[in-house]
Write a new protein. Sequence first.
Length: 384
Amino acid sequence: MSETQPVPRKVLMTADTVGGGWSYALELACGLADQGVEVALATLGSPLDELQRDRAGRIPHLKVFESSFKPEWMEDAWRDVERAGDWLLGLEDRFAPDLVHLNGYVHASLPWSVPRVIAGHSCVLSWWEAVRKEPAPESWDHYQDEVRAGLAAADLVVVPSAARMASLVHHYGPLHRARVIHDGRDVRQLRPAAKEPNVFAIGRMSDEARNLEALESVAPNVPWPIFVAGDHLPEEQSDATDARPHHTRRLGRLSQRALSAWLGRSSIFVLPARYEPYASCVMDAALAGCALVLGDIPNLRELWRNRAVFVPPDDPEALEHALLGLIREPGRLHSLAAGARTRAIERTTERMVDEYLDAYSEVLAFEEASSKEIEGPFPRLMAV
């Protein structure tokens, strides 16, 4: 980042409180805080639980503004989306940010007084295509139009992979200003421990995208136990309350400390996903020294090529073969685990934050130049 480029002092960021989006937003907010950037985090969806509130409270220069408005990806959300827009504009007036970072699409069309950056990790249309194997029904046409308008209004669209960029272009048309910034993780938080003969997974068994139900069919034929930790959900919806007989061993939702301990001692991490836009859990598993068995989908293959075993998501035999192959070949298991950890260590929070700050600065510089009616190409950004 050039010393002459403007640097944001304050960023207003939106965040969905469910799943990987929350982890990503907090990781970025924490990294920005370390660089002296004050962040206002405006939450949508479920209220923060005690663990989330505690973790957010540990981040300096972070102000959290909570709401219970439905995110745009939920059904029948448009009334909430409109009300959330008014609320967000009110936060802009109160917080006076230099830039708005949206972890969603539709609100980029609001009449912001500062530049807006979209981080585009997932969307309904790509989820439907990957999970249901068909285009989203016509009931989502309005969503498509609103997302397309939001993307057009953004000063910059950031995506975590080239595969994700191609997906956005496929569903919503060309992106005029876009760049890839890989998600990062704090490498100090997870380390390998003494490994035990077990397989570990994270998520809800009912989640069609993560496809962990596939583990039920292969578990009886795998000699190592397969443990599944629950994803973030209200307690009454936890998979730990599932009374059906099952072959995997359900752990329920774990604290971050307990989750790190499980990853540290697990030998294999498995995620036979049909769709996984964030995959922070894969980064955590790699940092913890697990060998990775992943669904063969474009973004996971792009990010973990030659560092994981890939299986077609809907092929239980391939999943079983992959797990048995690693169990029977400890040398290959250790080699893959070491390679995955090496790659994960390269994708630090610091690197992610530096790239975001560079992008923010270029957006602000372009806005400053435009306000002075200086014409020129947008620096170093790709037209897609």
